[in-house]
Design a binder for this molecule. Structure first.
Ligand code: COD
Ligand code: ZN
Ligand code: ZN
Length: 370
């Protein structure tokens, strides 16, 4: 058993508290990882608010981390102590029909398929003050040491800087993959990205790397525009600056609407606006944001009848066990720059300050270091 620090959410809406927790050794098929760095994603904020379904408190959140394998349980062959890894919020069992399908990435044996926030055997490896603490997405990266199923880690290059590549665990891969894999943006095409948080800006990067000629970035917070331009946006617009709906503005700017649009906010209104912003015939709209559970979206079927495609994406469509090491190599080869997305780096003890920055719209990504 290892005693170490972790940021524990004891109850919905309460600030996280830094606690000393006990982390049990990995059981068969599990690995114990020393987390070196972890990002704060909006989804962690949803957990904290208590709006994430099927998450019971107390819980150790965090799902955008990177670390080093400390020990392995019986039968583990994929990694050994000392290997650098990225914990995966979508595991890879390698056996289910989605894992066997080269185009799918939603492992049917994941925590999403049978939601619960314990380990796959329905027990916890964390205790604090004599109480059992729940896991989050099987990876709980807000703990200095965490136990993860072997199928939910990806081994990466020993040269990878963990305080940067942790972003590949969620935010960057989600936005970048939405452009590269889900939309399959073509060179010379036009794109519109709604929402310029860490995920939306990563979609901007994906469109740029794919060779889009025009990238329209949309946000109500104009403070995000400078970064969007730096990352490749050609136009930045705020819906608040126009009397007419933003989809009409975008349609006029591009004659018939963009080739690809991305909704990276998570509201019904912006989902409809993003759909209507892509061209009526070959336009593809990818929804990345998650709406509050129970939200329904009324749409005019004519929007789709003329040929538009409306798609969703999960973690940018990547099969992460395979993709994470390749994304790390692309980063090391400077194909894209993750560093520009990191606006703050804080010690884990300042985790609540990190959430305050996110809520105030002042940060893109905050990295917490142990
Ligand atoms: N119009 C334009 N922009 C808006 C509007 C609006 N009506 N409302 C908010 N925005 C802007 C905000 O100013 C902000 O800049 C941006 O939208 C949102 O950014 P963040 O920083 O709050 O969020 P991100 O980028 O960290 O995450 C956005 C998601 C939509 C991805 C996230 O909220 C979400 O739904 N996550 C779950 C979806 C998913 O697959 N995530 C990956 C696994 S966790
Ligand atoms: Zn599977
Ligand atoms: Zn996330």
């Amino acid at each position: 058993v290892i005693r170490c620090r972790a940021a524990v959410a004891w109850a919905a809406g309460k600030p996280l508290s830094i606690e000393e927790v006990e982390v049990a050794p990995p059981k068969a098929g599990e690995v114990r990882v020393k987390i070196v760095a972890t990002g704060i994603c909006r989804t962690d904020e949803h957990v904290y608010e208590g709006s994430f379904p099927n998450v019971d408190f107390p819980v150790i959140p965090g799902h955008e981390g990177a670390g080093i394998v400390e020990s392995i349980g019986e039968g583990v062959t994929y990694v050994k102590p000392g290997d650098k890894v990225i914990p995966l919020c979508l595991p890879f069992c390698g056996e289910c029909s989605f894992c066997l399908n080269p185009e799918a990435n939603y492992c049917l044996k994941s925590h999403l398929a049978s939601p619960q926030n314990l380990m796959p055997d329905k027990t916890s490896r964390f205790t604090c003050k004599g109480k059992q603490i729940n896991h989050f997405m099987w990876i709980s990266t807000f703990a200095e040491y965490t136990v993860i199923p072997e199928c939910a880690v990806a081994k990466i290059d020993a040269a990878a800087p963990l305080d940067k590549v942790c972003l590949l665990g969620c935010g960057f891969s989600t936005g970048y993959g939405a452009a590269i894999n889900t939309a399959k943006v073509k060179p010379g095409s036009t794109c519109a990205i709604f929402g310029l948080g860490g995920v939306g800006l990563s979609a901007v990067v994906g469109c740029k790397v794919a060779g889009a000629s025009r990238i329209i970035a949309v946000d109500i917070n104009k403070d995000k525009f400078a970064k969007a331009k730096e990352l490749g946006a050609t136009d930045c617009i705020s819906p608040r600056d126009f009397k007419k709906p933003i989809q009409e503005v975008i349609t006029e700017m591009t004659a018939h609407g963009v080739d690809y649009s991305f909704e990276v906010i998570g509201t019904a209104d912006t989902m409809i606006a993003a759909l209507a912003s892509c061209n009526a015939n070959t336009g593809v709209c990818v929804m990345v944001g998650v709406v509050n559970s129970g939200t329904m979206i009324p749409i005019d079927p004519m929007l789709l009848l003329t040929g538009r495609t409306w798609k969703g994406t999960l973690l940018g469509g990547w099969k992460m066990r395979d993709a994470a090491p390749k994304l790390v190599s692309s980063y090391l080869e400077k194909k894209f720059n993750l560093d520009l997305l990191i606006t703050h780096t804080l010690p884990i003890t300042k985790v609540n300050e990190g959430f305050d920055l996110l809520r105030a719209g002042k940060s893109i990504r905050t990295i917490l270091l142990f």
